[in-house]
Design a protein around this ligand. Structure first.
Ligand code: F6P
Length: 327
């Protein structure tokens, strides 16, 4: 691997709060080590098109607190082809970019790893997604901010639920894992939490709601992960409860993409800064094909292959806490 004089940084996949802070950290660490840095717009598609912008320490001022990513993100079917990846390689070489830091989820890392293996091109990954569904790190960038955003919203919904003695089904993001649902369910004091990792069935849900009613609870919150496996979406769950527990006045709230926005929490800003430094300095030490992450509160690196193939496990102790809290 030749000397690294210029590093590219890009964001890809679903955006998450903290991505701008991570871009800032990569750019500032390059400046600290007196090497050049280029922003790559729109992920792999922008890489193919050579859509780059030179960035220096001043280019990234005032963005640490901004949600989203100023480099944009985009899905790229072209990059799934060898021709597309060859165009991307040629564009990087033409711009004298010697290595890249990709900020994204497992889909991003899959593409980056294949690219690195095909062209021997140095790559480092920073896990950026609100889902927290990547092995090799206790947190992904944006997850902490999303938890706080959602808890605040559920508190608001609880105000109106209790005013009208209503049951609310609230759908949260997380694609096919239940980390967001489980944590915000405990944090917001939900009566029930439905997650894909633990399909307890509809009978148990009805039984739990009956118990809540009998214990005098006049309103209830049920948090439902979008990847939940009951086989019914939140609107169908509403109809099911209306049919079997007519005494409930049921409403639904699908939170959607607002969970991906907002100013990053302090945790995510600090996490982004730490990972940006680690990613750049790993490249400068001749390392590649690694994902930076947080393990036992320490910034560590994990082979991209392991991060991609690994499973992020649901916290069983937290499930037990949730069961006890809903007594
Ligand atoms: O991966 C992040 C995420 O927000 C998931 O939680 C969600 O299922 C998905 O992205 C939505 O994807 P899109 O933004 O393409 O609709």
């Amino acid at each position: 691997m030749g000397e690294i004089k210029k590093i590219g940084v890009m964001t890809s996949g679903g955006d998450s709060p903290g991505m701008n802070a991570a871009i800032r950290a990569v750019v500032r660490t390059c400046a600290y080590h007196k090497i050049a840095c280029a922003g790559i717009y729109r992920g792999f598609q922008g890489m193919i098109e050579g859509d780059f912008i030179d960035l220096d320490a001043r280019s990234v001022k005032g963005i640490i607190n901004k949600g989203g990513t100023f480099l944009k993100s985009a899905r790229s079917t072209d990059f799934m082809t060898k021709e597309g990846r060859q165009k991307a390689y040629d564009a990087l070489k033409a711009a004298e970019i010697d290595a890249i830091v990709t900020i994204g989820g497992d889909g991003t890392f899959t593409g980056a790893l294949k690219f690195s293996q095909e062209f021997g091109f140095p790559v480092m990954g920073i896990p950026g997604t609100i889902d927290n569904d990547i092995a090799g790190t206790s947190h992904t960038l944006g997850y902490d901010t999303a938890l706080n955003t959602v808890v605040e919203v559920i508190d608001k919904i609880r105000d109106t639920a209790s005013s009208h003695n209503r049951l609310f089904f609230i759908e949260v993001m997380g694609r096919d894992v239940g980390h967001i649902a489980l944590n915000v369910g405990v944090g917001a004091g939900a009566e029930e939490i439905l997650i894909p990792e633990e399909n307890l069935g509809l009978d148990r849900l009805l039984e739990s709601l009956r118990r809540s009613k009998e214990s005098g609870k006049s309103s209830s919150i049920v948090v439902v992960a979008e990847g939940d496996k009951t086989g019914k979406n939140v609107f169908e769950l509403k109809d099911y409860v209306n049919e079997h527990l007519p005494e409930y006045d049921v409403r639904v709230s699908v939170l959607g993409h607002m969970q991906r926005g907002g100013s990053p929490s302090c945790f995510d800003r600090v996490f982004a800064s730490r990972m940006g430094v680690k990613a750049v300095e790993s490249l400068l030490k001749g390392k590649s094909n690694l994902m930076v992450g947080l393990l036992n509160d320490k910034i560590a690196v994990t082979p991209l292959e392991k991060a991609i193939k690994g499973q992020s496990k649901i916290n069983k102790e937290l499930i037990r806490v949730s069961d006890i809290m809903t007594t």
